[in-house]
Design a protein around this ligand. Sequence first.
Ligand code: GLU
Length: 259
Amino acid sequence: MRIVVKVGTSTLSHPTGRMNIRRVEALCKVLSDVKNAGHEVILVSSGAIGMGVGKLSLKERPTDIPTKQAAAAVGQCELMYTYDRLFGEYNHTVAQLLVTGDDVEDDARRAHFHNTLYRLLELGALPVINENDTIATDEIVIGDNDTLSAIVARTVKADLLVLLSDIDGLYTADPKKGEGAELIPVVEAVTPEIEALAGGHGSSLGTGGMVTKLRAAGIAGAAGIDMVIANGENPALLYDILDGKPVGTRFIGERKARS
Ligand code: GLU
């Protein structure tokens, strides 16, 4: 199987902004093992800005563009250094791809992105993709990695997109607020009723939230790709997901689009 795994800032870092070493190590171990089992893996990793905030000892996620972009420049290095080291321990070679909206919207540029990704997979590398936050401006920004990961999944015709987040999946109500919120195991279609369940808030370090996840489910689904939201606290859940066991919330891709 060809799988795209997106991991959010809240999964990769502690609330302090510093890296959650245990979690990142577990993630790299599981993804390496999944690759060893013969699957193709593409990782869409957030965390550049979050890690930069930690590394530069900033008090909170910056709101002004220059500081955000500076933090991303610092944090992206930290991120790739860590992935290179940890995946290297399991003999996997990582490749960094930083993209902007232009790279996926412009036909010619998207073709380059697509060709490079395919070649990297052929070469057995593990592509690690993020938005190029250091140069992205309003005009060319994709804005969030949930959307980016769905675009990537569509580009490489992935079999599955997995979003590892700080939540178990989609609930009938905000589980942080109310009692009686129930996890929805399967979503057949992203209807307005489903959209109404998305609260809209991400963590203080990341940019996502349920709204962008549902948007991602829409993009992946229209391309015939299933998407699973699962809790990144335990990256080993990926084994169960690949075994087809019920984990988190699975959004079913449009079957017609696949054939
Ligand atoms: N590209 C951003 C980063 O690496 C994250 C975007 C997102 O969290 O969706 O910090």
